[in-house]
Write a protein that binds this ligand. Structure first.
Ligand code: GLA
Length: 386
């Protein structure tokens, strides 16, 4: 290569530095990708198990993202590479993948094709920073990033809401979880510095600031979410039964708690959680006072523990330890429950201190709790920044 050509190439690379994902793609497939996209995970501040009841949710995007890169491979099959898969997995529309991880990508390709897109054979690389299996929506991030990448590659005319809807269908139809739309809407539309108030019935939404002087802390309990899919689908069925007994389309429509109190034990408890959780979201939205917001989070945890019964002894312990910290306004389990992560609202600048104190106690007896947000970085001594 001539000196001039080399300089031009260096200048072009400086202008468009190759992302880590593109670099990895090239390492695996030996060509550059034709399109790249990314999408974040989410942490839900309030509004748990309300989305499939047509209710309200209040998630915020997290800094950790999933990146997807793609290139046409000239054939008609898909070759997927990801750290989560031991080796590249090959599949086609006729022969869907057996791997659970790959089924999310397959579902997105299939749904985009059903939307009318002409999907060629593709080489696909996935790199994710979103912790998996803890309730931070790694699957939604994968689905949304895959669909964004397809939109970019093929010039598809689908907006961010449609992307979320297709991503949700991939989760339901291909991964077998009858989820609501919160995770995919959050991954597609939320920002990291403001919460997304979403009405899951109309999809009306607006962003709201976090309470004054507060910061979000997320801790992994270190306990894998067992029974997450089966327990989740069971809760959903119990809510549908409660709605049927109450003669409403969805629990969102229940206007008075007295109606719920007439139900048999299980549907009563499930409906009471959904009713009170929707109220908490609506109270939190305009709540600039972090103490009051934190109290709503604490009440949410109690309701998820006692009425919805999706907590575990470890989550209860970790939440309790967090709630006792002076810098914590409130804490609760986040996501579907049955294990996974807790979220706390902390006084800005106190998150790490609160996390360290709670984890020092929690991690006795071999438990493996850890900080997920703020994203752990090289710790500078006595330099408390979050
Ligand atoms: C999972 C689902 C969401 C939502 C939450 C619980 O994350 O994917 O749709 O139902 O659980 O709030």
């Amino acid at each position: 290569m001539s000196h001039v050509a080399l300089e031009a190439e260096i200048a072009a690379k400086a202008e468009h530095p190759r992302s880590g994902c593109a670099h990895d793609f090239e390492q695996v497939f030996h060509v550059l990708p034709h399109a790249e996209a990314r999408a974040p995970g989410r942490v839900n501040l309030l509004g748990e198990h309300t989305d499939y009841n047509d209710g309200f949710v209040l998630p915020v995007a997290i800094p950790q993202q999933t990146r997807v890169a793609m290139a046409r491979n000239g054939g008609s099959t898909f070759r997927l590479h990801a750290a989560e898969l031991g080796s590249a997995v090959e599949f086609s529309f006729e022969h869907p993948p057996g791997e659970h991880f790959a089924s999310y990508v397959y579902g997105c390709l299939r749904l985009a094709r059903d939307e009318g897109a002409d999907i060629p054979g593709l080489d696909i690389h996935v790199a994710s920073e979103v912790p998996m299996g803890v309730g931070l929506s790694s699957s939604a991030a994968l689905e949304v990033a895959t669909l964004r990448c397809l939109r970019e590659l093929l010039g598809l005319d689908i907006d961010d809401v449609r992307i979320a809807q297709l991503a949700q269908q991939a989760e339901i139809q291909d991964a077998g979880v009858r989820c609501g739309i919160m995770d995919q809407m959050a991954s597609s539309l939320a920002a990291t510095d403001r919460a997304l108030l979403l009405d899951t019935r109309s999809l009306e939404r607006r962003t709201v600031p976090l309470p004054e002087g507060s910061a979000v802390l997320v801790l992994d309990s270190g306990v894998a979410r067992s029974l997450a899919a089966s327990g989740y689908n069971q809760r959903r069925a119990e809510c549908e039964e409660a709605a049927r007994l109450l003669g409403v389309e969805s629990l969102r429509e229940v206007e008075h708690l007295e109606h719920i109190e007439t139900l048999p034990d299980i549907p009563r408890k499930r409906a009471r959680h959904v009713f009170s959780e929707n109220l908490r979201v609506l109270q939190a939205v305009d709540c600039r006072d972090p103490q009051a917001f934190g109290a709503l989070m604490n009440a949410s945890h109690a309701s998820l523990r006692d009425d919805y019964e999706v907590s575990t002894p470890e989550l209860d312990l970790l939440v309790d330890l967090l709630q006792r910290q002076p810098g914590v306004f409130g804490a609760r389990l986040t996501g579907a429950g049955f294990g996974g992560a807790c979220v706390a609202l902390c006084r800005a600048g106190q998150a790490r201190k609160a996390a360290d104190a709670a984890l020092a106690n929690y991690n006795q007896h071999g438990r493996q709790g850890r900080i997920l947000i703020p994203v752990p970085t090289e710790r500078k001594e006595n330099n408390e920044s979050v």
